[in-house]
Design a protein around this ligand. Structure first.
Ligand SMILES: [Zn+2]
Ligand SMILES: [Zn+2]
Ligand SMILES: [Zn+2]
Length: 83
């Protein structure tokens, strides 16, 4: 059911599955976290087959916690979230 299929199935954004690189996704960090959480994927590599506490990937380089830097709240600017 795909047109213009490329190698592999992971071309495009890991969060919204559109055709941009994951690191240029326009979703906010909070939206990314919500997506990963809802889909029960690993917080470190976004693999659906294991939890982040079982993941062998390194911790976040920004804050050292158990998640990928793409969903790091240290990158989230609380000023832009004010009402
Ligand atoms: Zn995206
Ligand atoms: Zn993982
Ligand atoms: Zn972090």
């Amino acid at each position: 059911m795909e047109t213009g299929n490329q190698h592999g199935s992971s071309a495009g954004c890991l969060f919204c599955h559109k055709s941009h690189p994951t690191d240029s996704c326009s979703l906010s960090v909070l939206d990314r976290i919500r997506i990963v959480s809802e889909q029960k994927r690993c917080y470190k590599c976004f693999d659906p087959d294991h939890w982040s506490y079982k993941c062998q990937k390194p911790n976040c380089p920004n804050c050292g916690q158990n998640h990928h830097e793409y969903i790091c709240l240290a990158l989230f600017d609380p000023i832009s979230y004010k009402n």
